[in-house]
Design a protein around this ligand. Structure first.
Ligand SMILES: *Cc1c(COP(=O)(O)O)cnc(C)c1O
Length: 441
């Protein structure tokens, strides 16, 4: 099938290659020289270099862990490593209230609980994200409502967010997908107009800036992940942050068994999980933070370079980042433009892989609302109590987010990392131009 489609387009492709295509290629930076023959067909690889990988921890982490080991307690409350971590975090994120915890999902659960989201309340968020964005919403018996996304970024489309607001809406969770903060001024305006709480899911967005200001400082609460794949890590961990006088102190309450540590002795007045982070993890993260600015400066420069090299390439859509913002590129979100190519995405990424450029064939398999537990409304042992009790009429089989689905069908992720350099990125861009040119119609 694929071979047939390719053959039918051969004449057209040859025509493009000998006329307009050749002209366009000669105008591109680093015009193709040696061979246009795909590595897949036995041609020379566009990327000769092996993919660089970063050495992500070493002496500073070892030294800081050593400090923790000298202590006689590894419990977090008012202890040395947690204090150091908090001080270092505050240099990037000037919040009064910072609660280290066990994961990004935990940070988001803490945020939803601290915000006082009640059973049956609705929380508007994105269908392209880690399931961790909505785990806490579901555990609080609230209802995730999915709004559609901007095609070029996969972040919330404020117009659709506003459309999804009902009298039950209490909060918006804005996911800064891939570390690209988007439309925060508009989302904040909508939140204020409808008296909603804005929670920022910054799990993929360490070091990202919106209009020069750090993410987490626009909404009432910001949540970060320290899971192994994120820009900085301790294996698993998370941070919830806020400067809000009401919600801020509650981050500790809901991260630490529902107790009020600021005002002991206390009696538990609400149900909270134990999401505490130990001193060992805090020490590791405190050391990781000394690398953050360097990591993000590099990723941001490399991701933007990839866009500069590839903007205007037929069949390939670049990751839209506003020049006023800093995207910290947890990944680079490229998209295939199906009607401009004679091949499908699997063939395109296969050809890229043969060139030595690694792009994923998609991201999550379905939007979050398409996952089986949503489609079956079966979150708790086959049940969804709030639906059975009539507190929500949500039907996830009827969610309509066409842009979300289109992005997932066409996206190709490139994992930018700080060990890469400009030459490597230019080689990857050469691979994309070569493959796109080959399949262009
Ligand atoms: C990673 C991630 C989470 C969850 O973080 P964990 O530390 O894995 O629990 C939540 N939201 C987004 C957008 C993420 O990328």
């Amino acid at each position: 099938m694929r071979g047939m489609a390719a053959n039918q387009n051969l004449t057209r492709r040859q025509f493009i290659a000998t006329s307009a295509g050749a002209l366009a290629a000669s105008q591109l930076p680093g015009a193709e020289s040696a061979s246009d023959k795909l590595a897949l067909d036995g041609g020379e690889k566009a990327v000769a270099q092996k993919m660089p990988t970063a050495k992500r921890w070493g002496e500073p982490e070892l030294q800081q862990l050593g400090e923790a080991v000298k202590q006689d307690s590894l419990y977090y409350w008012k202890n040395k490593q947690t204090t150091l971590l908090t001080e270092r975090l505050q240099k990037f994120y000037p919040h009064k209230f910072i609660q280290p915890c066990s994961s990004g999902s935990a940070a988001l659960h803490i945020a939803v609980a601290a915000a006082g989201i009640a059973p049956g309340d609705e929380v508007i968020t994105s269908g392209i994200t880690d399931i961790g964005t909505v785990i806490g919403v579901l555990f609080q018996n609230a209802v995730p409502v999915f709004a559609d996304l901007e095609p070029a970024t996969g972040c919330l489309d404020p117009v659709d967010v506003e459309r999804k607001i009902t009298p039950k809406t209490r909060a918006i969770i804005a996911v800064h997908l891939a570390g690209n903060p988007r439309r925060l001024a508009e989302l904040k305006q909508i939140a204020e107009a409808h008296k909603l709480i804005l929670i920022e899911d910054c799990a993929q967005a360490w070091g990202a800036l919106y209009r020069g200001k750090p993410v987490s400082t626009f909404g009432e609460i910001g949540c970060f992940s320290l899971q192994d794949s994120k820009q900085i890590t301790c294996g698993d961990g998370g941070i919830a942050m806020s400067s809000h006088e009401t919600f801020g102190p509650l981050l500790t309450k809901f991260g630490d068994k529902g107790t009020n540590r600021f005002n002991p002795p206390d009696t538990a007045t609400a149900l909270g999980a134990n999401y505490r982070m130990s001193e060992l993890h805090a020490a590791f993260v405190a050391a990781q933070l000394t690398r953050l600015e360097d990591i993000v400066t590099k990723r941001s420069r490399l991701g933007n370079l990839l866009t500069a090299e590839l903007v205007g390439v037929r069949g390939f859509a670049t990751h839209l980042v506003d020049s006023e913002d800093r995207c910290s590129y947890w990944f680079y979100l490229a998209r295939l433009v199906p009607n401009e190519l004679s091949c499908d995405r699997a063939q395109f990424t296969k050809a890229l892989a043969a060139e030595g450029a690694s792009f994923s064939n998609g991201y999550i398999a379905t939007p979050v609302y398409g996952m089986p537990m949503f489609q079956k409304h079966a979150f708790f042992a086959g049940h969804w109590p709030i639906r059975e009790l009539g507190l929500t009429a949500m039907d996830y089989t009827k969610v309509l987010c066409p842009v979300t689905e289109e992005i997932l069908k066409t996206c190709m992720l490139f994992r930018v990392n700080e060990a890469m350099d400009e030459d490597y990125i230019r080689a990857v861009a050469r691979a994309v131009r070569k493959v796109a040119k080959h399949y262009a119609v």
